[in-house]
Design a binder for this molecule. Structure first.
Ligand code: NDP
Length: 285
């Protein structure tokens, strides 16, 4: 058989994109599995998404990650959507299935996997989500689809928080309540999982933490953070000091990358290799 000199292509479209480390993690995974795939980190500016999505088909790319500012706009250029991506209203990865583009959102699924990897099942539990942005939407929708009993959405801006709360009730049928977060927030008493889905604490602002009353965190709560750099965030350190079980954002990041890897290649992802690669990239032990 003739030798094939063509690599399969995947990658990411976004702007800004230069500091996105996903390619290093995915390339390490391809190498570990002996797959001839290349991950291209591509700058696509706001008005250029339509052309870029045409290129996915024209280049026979296997798929593409979608990041800021295209996660919502990309819906215009897809043939099919997963249930969760449709409810969330945003896509972070696309699979090219013989020229048909399928959109999925793996952020919330990566979050759920990081919970189950830590032995935590969200079904039947009450979760309080801090924030109402993209990560909060993905987390709360996947938790609702996974059968949580109740979701509190706390947000500093009323309109966005109320919109997410209403959407959760309407589209997933979960019990949901909005908490106006214009003061130091007491974590609701019935909370079993507390999830920081805000950007507070992200490097270089590692001395910052969400404005909550940390003494309302109980030892029987599970406390999670989307922040992956530094994974040992001040928020999680405060929660850990109150005896709570903590889960950092690295697991969510690796697990969504692992899901993307498998959806593109059909091969099980080498999660350990991906985790080690990211830790090295962030200079973590
Ligand atoms: P968005 O900008 O969409 O949302 C940010 C949220 O944080 C908004 O709800 C915003 O509230 C809230 N917020 C910002 N500052 C404050 C503050 N001082 N106090 C309270 N709330 C605040 O970003 P994303 O949702 O896309 O990302 C959020 C974080 O999650 C980022 O740090 C990102 O790196 C991380 N992330 C991690 C992933 C992982 O795999 N671990 C995956 C995806 C994201 P408002 O809108 O009202 O201002």
């Amino acid at each position: 058989m003739a030798k094939c000199y063509r690599s399969e292509l995947v990658g990411a479209f976004g702007c800004p994109i230069d500091e996105n480390p996903t390619g290093v993690m995915e390339e390490a995974a391809f190498a570990a599995k002996g797959l001839d795939y290349r991950y291209l980190t591509i700058k696509v500016e706001k008005g250029d998404l339509e052309d870029a999505m045409k290129a996915v088909r024209a280049f026979h790319m296997k798929g593409i990650n979608i990041t800021i500012p295209h996660k919502v706009a990309v819906l215009n250029y897809l043939d099919e959507l997963s249930e969760a991506a449709g409810i969330i209203g945003a896509v972070n990865m696309v699979v090219n299935r013989d020229g048909k583009l399928y959109g999925e959102n793996t952020d919330g699924k990566g979050y759920l996997k990081s919970l189950t990897d830590a032995g935590v099942s969200p079904a039947g539990k009450c979760i309080t989500v801090l924030g109402a942005g993209g990560a909060a939407r993905a987390i709360s929708v996947e938790c609702a689809l996974a059968g949580v009993k109740k979701i509190y959405i706390a947000n500093i801006e009323r309109e966005q928080g109320e919109e997410l709360t209403a959407m959760l009730k309407e589209k997933t049928g979960v019990e949901a309540e909005f908490l106006m977060w214009d003061h130091t927030l007491d974590v609701p008493d019935d909370t079993e999982i507390l999830s920081n889905a805000t950007s507070v604490g992200l490097y270089p602002h590692t001395d910052q933490k969400p404005n909550i009353n940390y003494d309302t965190i109980r030892p029987d709560m599970v406390v999670t953070d989307v922040i992956f750099n530094d994974p040992n965030s001040l928020f999680l350190r405060e929660a850990g000091a109150r005896g709570a079980k903590t889960i950092n954002g690295l697991g969510m990041l690796v697990n969504q990358g692992a899901l993307n890897f498998t959806m593109w290649t059909g091969v099980e992802a080498p999660v350990d290799v991906m985790t080690d690669t990211l830790k090295r990239e962030f200079d973590l032990k």
